[in-house]
Design a protein around this ligand. Structure first.
Ligand code: NCD
Ligand code: ZN
Ligand code: ZN
Length: 429
């Protein structure tokens, strides 16, 4: 097996609170040693001076679109896009066609991942059959097939009694339930955040209240049942406050926020660019500030991309008709580096939210550079400037609000299980 020495980088390992200049030695797919001036005999040397060396990112929330919508993305293209963004593991949502609500489908996804994805892929199975919110899936069979969590993401389970039962069964299989928390009736046909921007644009509005009430409902159900609830793509000030209060009273809740909800307000939609249309919608500056504060103080555990590819012809429609969702993998690190540059998060704490915390939430390996752990590693240049062009990226889709924008900070190499799978010079290997 390959032996690789990553030399002289700033090693950021949240699992051991390590933040110091050191070498990292990888052998047989594992971390063999971390320390100063390691012996490089027989090793391929990767110079990392000026760069950060961290455990590979773990994305709790992605849409890989296979099976059924391979014109948008497939497990191979999604996996390549993931490693180009520094993600060594990704959890994929069940809203494929057919839906991942059956162990044979979970099997299929894992099989395809094995054949085609350079990133590890962890299927999230549907919580209800067909994502219809009515009949629960067979959770223990799905877990046995490899599901790591349950979610009807894309849809909200509107029937509180069904949600209660899903939470109850999730305890038996010891998996989190991931909620897409938006009250569908309050969302109505809203396509942008309710406020001055929706008025200016003359578009149907989706109030942050729709998210707030559903987050509160799900927190109350999880509290009563004693189950692990994970809240997807938190975007509202009210949701952050509700999660913070629930944590304080001991509810078993974890949460994620996306790079776009940390970086963009609803004003990004003022030009009617459908690449800013997403569920939940981009919100007000006050909501963005609350999400950032929640991520910093630990109310929100993880950054997850909600990578949601849609084809050019689908996004090239009126704002009301275009599907919601945007690409996440290849811009995530550069976008969230803003938190470090503004001294809201230290580099080590950013890595914790991109890697260590999400790995823990789904109870998978990764998120650590401890000796003996899987060598899933990312090398980052915090200063490199580049212009993002989705047409040159690895996703099959191009729906990004950052197309053509100058980015600051870049993933320079990604290693999965001790094997280099991406570097900025050669691309995906
Ligand atoms: C997601 C999709 O396209 O599947 N879209 C989105 O706007 N986030 C669904 C989802 O995450 O709810
Ligand atoms: Zn969702
Ligand atoms: Zn999603």
């Amino acid at each position: 097996m390959r032996k690789i020495l990553i030399r002289g980088g700033r090693v950021l390992d949240p699992a051991s609170d390590r933040d110091e200049t050191a070498d990292v030695l990888i052998e047989d797919g594992k971390i063999r040693a971390v320390g100063p001036s390691l012996d490089a005999t027989d090793a391929e040397v990767v110079e990392a001076k000026g760069c950060w060396v961290a455990p590979g990112f773990v994305d709790l929330h992605t849409h890989l679109r296979e099976p059924g919508q391979e014109y948008k993305e497939d497990i191979g293209s999604g996996g390549r896009s993931a490693v180009a963004g520094g993600f060594t593991s990704v959890a994929c949502m069940a809203n494929t066609d057919p839906v991942n609500d059956d162990p044979a489908m979970t099997d299929f996804i894992l099989d395809r991942a094995q054949q085609s994805s350079p990133a590890r892929v962890y299927p999230v199975a549907a919580a209800t059959k067909g994502l219809k919110g009515k009949v629960m899936t067979e959770m223990s069979a799905l877990k046995a097939a490899g599901a790591v969590a349950f979610s009807d993401d894309g849809k909200t389970i509107m029937d509180a009694a069904v949600m209660r039962h899903v939470l109850e069964y999730s305890k038996l299989v010891e998996c989190p339930v991931i909620t897409h928390a938006e009250d569908r009736k309050l969302v109505a046909n809203g396509v942008v955040n309710e406020g001055p921007v929706s008025t200016k644009l003359g578009l149907p509005a989706n109030p942050s209240l729709a998210e707030d009430v559903m987050v509160v409902r799900d927190l109350m159900l999880a509290e009563m049942v004693g189950a692990h609830l994970h809240i997807a793509h938190v975007s509202s000030k009210g949701a952050v406050a509700a999660i913070r209060a629930a944590r304080e009273r001991g509810v078993c809740v974890t949460a994620e926020v996306t790079p776009h909800h940390l970086a963009l307000t609803d004003e990004a939609a003022l030009g009617y660019d459908t690449n800013t249309k997403v569920a939940p919608p981009l919100r007000s500056a006050a909501d963005v500030l609350a999400c950032r504060a929640g991520l910093v103080d630990g109310t929100i555990d993880a950054i997850a991309t909600d990578h949601a590819p849609h084809a050019v012809h689908e996004k090239d429609l009126e704002f009301t008709l275009a599907p919601p969702g945007l690409l996440g993998f290849e811009t995530a690190f550069s976008v969230v580096m803003d938190l470090v540059r503004r001294s809201e998060l230290s580099p080590l704490e950013l890595m914790r939210r991109m890697s260590t915390n999400p790995a823990k939430i789904i109870d998978r390996p990764g998120g650590s550079l401890a000796v003996g752990e899987l060598a899933d590693v990312v090398i980052l240049d915090p200063e490199l400037r580049w212009v993002y062009d989705p047409a040159k990226g690895y996703s099959k889709s191009q729906n990004s609000p950052w197309a053509g924008k100058e980015m600051h900070g870049r993933v320079v190499a990604t290693i999965v299980g001790g094997v280099p799978v991406y570097d900025v010079e050669h691309g995906v290997l």
